[in-house]
Design a protein around this ligand. Structure first.
Ligand SMILES: Cc1cc2nc3c(=O)[nH]c(=O)nc-3n(C[C@H](O)[C@H](O)[C@H](O)COP(=O)(O)O)c2cc1C
Length: 345
């Protein structure tokens, strides 16, 4: 960190709302938590820390390949590592073989996450086509048996994240599936309210989460197209679910967690981030990623977030362009300092 000018280090972003500290699994789902979705190459340790600081109540790791984990693959191990302050965080695993998944769940358990989540929702052909992720939706009985096996293999609570069906069923299997997963001991369910065939296109239909919630007593988390604090309130009020999970909107706007938390709890909207807060978010994320990964990798992985962080600022497109061609931390910090001074002038 010695190459970072002191001026930047002392320019701390404002503190967001504190994450709540649940002591039991049940407490995690009290008060309608707003949850950072598992997102590959996004929901890493750095982004979890950042979103938690800005109000995420609970985080889920990017999915971890069960086979990679069992082979001791470096990437899987990295994804499994939870810092002492990375709480509450669940570890998500995926795979197609129930026995291997159960073994991987035991390995994941040793990292002491809040719970273990099984990915039954990834639609990407190389994963779902091999029976993992949303591939489980093609055989609901196999999914239920697999979840039961994993639940009996670990002492931590086991949860499932899935979609409403594979597509194009007219009556989605999710309602019956929710009941059956609850029956075999699954402790909570996250429903991405699209079919696997839809990928990320088309509108998420939250009514399926409401229907599933109506038949189970375990927590049900609604996911898909929750982009703003107002969406989170609408998701709570129209589905009766126990929490909201936010994915893509957080990539551009991590403030969404604090905004949602405040609106859910008080009904009062939070003003949008100021230009200074937007620049501070860029700096904070760059510094944390470079500390974690070094240069230039730490700079490069932060880029996908910068468009959103800078959104609405005068000249945002040209700031982004300047940052796009800069691989060094000090260079990026200089650009941010120059541009924020320009806007303040
Ligand atoms: C870049 C990216 C990576 C994702 N990786 C995962 C993953 O590892 N595990 C998972 O269950 N879902 C994954 N998802 C799906 C999200 O968790 C979420 O279900 C989906 O984006 C819908 O929520 P949203 O509309 O809030 O984005 C990913 C989504 C994106 C955009």
């Amino acid at each position: 960190m010695s190459q970072i000018p002191q001026a930047f280090l002392s320019d701390k972003p404002e503190q967001g709302p504190s994450p709540r500290r649940a002591r039991t699994f049940e407490e995690l789902f009290q008060g309608f938590p707003v949850i950072l979705a598992p997102m590959e190459d996004v929901s890493d340790a750095v982004f979890r820390r950042l979103t938690r600081r800005y109000g995420a109540d609970l985080c889920v790791t990017e999915f971890v390949n069960a086979e990679g984990l069992l082979r001791g693959c470096r990437n899987a191990k990295r994804k499994l590592t939870l810092d002492a302050d990375d709480k509450p965080t669940a570890i998500q695993i995926y795979g197609a073989d129930p026995t291997r998944l159960a073994e991987a769940a035991r390995v994941a358990e040793s990292a002491q996450p809040a719970f273990i989540d099984i990915n039954c929702g990834c639609w990407v052909p190389k994963i779902a086509g091999r029976g993992a992720g949303a591939g489980w939706l093609r055989d609901p009985k196999a999914m239920v048996d697999m979840a039961k096996l994993i639940g009996s293999s670990v002492s931590l609570p086991v949860t499932v994240k899935t979609r409403i069906g594979y597509g194009p069923e007219s009556e989605m299997p999710i309602v019956d599936l929710a009941r059956r997963l609850e029956d075999v001991g699954v402790r909570a369910l996250t429903i991405h309210c699209r079919t696997a065939n839809m990928g990320h296109s088309g509108a998420a239909d939250w009514t399926w989460a409401a229907k599933a919630k109506a038949v189970v007593s375990i927590p049900v988390i609604v996911n898909g197209d929750i982009k703003t604090a107002e969406d989170a309130v609408r998701a709570r009020d129209t589905t009766g679910c126990d929490g909201a999970m936010i994915g893509r909107a957080a990539i551009d706007h991590p403030w969404v967690f604090g905004e949602a938390r405040t609106l859910l709890d008080t009904g009062v909207p939070v003003p949008p981030p100021t230009p200074a807060q937007r620049f501070a978010m860029c700096r904070e994320h760059l510094l944390a990623n470079v500390e974690e990964r070094g240069e230039p990798h730490g700079v490069r992985v932060t880029r996908r977030h910068l468009t959103g962080y800078l959104r609405g600022l005068p000249g945002a497109a040209s700031i982004r362009k300047r940052l796009l061609f800069c691989d060094s931390l000090s260079g990026c910090l200089e650009i941010l300092a120059e541009e924020s001074e320009r806007l303040a002038a």
